[in-house]
Design a protein around this ligand. Structure first.
Ligand code: PMP
Length: 365
């Protein structure tokens, strides 16, 4: 009998610089308690959902036409949400902040150019660099994954990158970043500085956003997303605020009509109900703080977190603990940091399930 030969990547005329690379790979599993990709566990309010459905239905009636290529109404709504005196021409949106970052690298990175980040950080940064032919440089952090102005600026001076990406607060560590570090990096750099504020809404009250640094800094980009605080991950809507010249640059690389009419209608609807959409943020912050407290009591070392997840150390065998939680239908994330695991703050019930499982597992050992 003939054995069918399976085609592998090695058989394809793949770009040499993509050979041996690994795709983004958060496991997708159906579980009772999914706390692995820093989603918002709370569904959006039903009355808001109905308004969004009505707006999407309206958009469908003219779906034979291309959408507004400039997504003007959406950019106005995003500017209104962010405040800080921002105008629509300073806003840009894409299919998730992943696409925002990709377009930024397409415009300002590319072959012969470099992107500096501070590891461990969001796992997509080196993957986006690879996809756009940009050379990734992994800078170091200080103790406890903090990043001081001195450490960050020294890396910028030493490597003179074309782009620096700062994750604030940082994924997967949760650690907040001071405006001082952002200012020092900007002052030390000659290139674009991206501040990825995907989790900004979970910061302690009164924490200033990098948006406050935009005036007078035309190379600064602040990236945001509706995937986390807005509980809108499935809709795919990320955005940035920057100098209008930056959005002009992105027009050179974006695909025409990259934001579908349905996406635009849905996002405008969600932003019209921003208050209701963000109603669960305080509850999520409470669950996050509870995780930090209880894991500390159980003898683990949780890091301080300004986000909707917690990285904790002191785990003897990360893969065994991951598996034991999975046996209980609880999915968290092994981000590859020895002795550490990451968990998202879920609903109160999900968080309770996780913490009770942790207590049971810890008393056994
Ligand atoms: N930045 C950070 C730091 C993230 O953690 C994520 C999602 N995990 C993203 C960007 C991308 O999110 P999205 O594309 O859904 O906006």
């Amino acid at each position: 009998s003939k054995i069918a030969r399976v085609t592998t990547l090695g058989d394809l005329p793949l770009r040499d610089d993509l050979r041996g690379q690994t795709p983004y790979g958060a496991p997708q599993k159906r579980v009772r308690v999914a706390l692995n990709v820093n989603e918002n566990s709370h569904p959006i309010p039903e009355d808001v959902a109905h308004d969004i459905i009505a707006r999407v239905a309206q958009a469908l009636l003219t779906i034979n036409r291309y959408p507004d290529r400039e997504f003007t109404e959406l950019r106005e709504a995003l500017a209104g949400y962010l405040g800080h005196g921002l105008t629509a021409e300073q806003l840009w949106a894409a299919n998730g902040s992943n696409e925002i970052l990709q377009q930024t690298l397409q415009a300002f990175g590319g072959p012969g150019r470099t992107l500096l980040g501070f590891a461990p950080s969001y796992s997509m940064y080196p993957i986006l660099a690879a996809g756009t032919g940009t050379t990734w440089i992994a800078g170091d952090r200080d103790a406890d994954y903090e990043l001081s102005p001195q450490t960050a600026a020294a890396w910028v001076e030493r490597t003179s990158p074309d782009i620096v990406i700062l994750c604030s607060p940082n994924n997967p560590t949760g650690t907040p970043l001071s405006l001082g570090t952002i200012e020092a990096v900007y002052a030390a750099s000659r290139g674009i500085v991206i501040v990825d504020e995907a989790y900004a809404e979970f910061a302690p009250d009164g924490t200033p956003s990098a948006l406050t640094l935009l005036p007078g800094r035309e190379r600064l980009i602040v990236s945001r997303t509706m995937s986390k605080a807005f509980a809108f991950a499935g809709a795919r809507l990320g955005y940035l605020a920057a100098d209008p010249a930056v959005t002009d640059a992105l027009r050179l690389v974006r695909l025409p009509y990259h934001l579908s009419a349905l996406t635009q209608a849905a996002a405008i609807g969600a932003l019209a109900h921003a208050g209701e959409m963000l109603a669960m943020v305080d509850e999520i912050k409470e669950q996050r703080d509870r995780i930090v407290t209880v894991l500390g009591e159980l003898g683990y070392s949780p890091l301080r977190s300004g986000s909707n997840f917690v990285l904790f150390g002191g785990v003897e065998d990360t893969s065994a603990m991951f598996d034991q939680l999975l046996e209980r239908d609880i999915l968290i994330r092994d981000v590859g940091i020895p002795g550490h695991l990451r968990v998202s703050a879920g609903t109160e019930a999900e968080t309770t399930a996780f913490l009770e499982a942790m207590a049971a597992l810890s008393s056994k050992s």
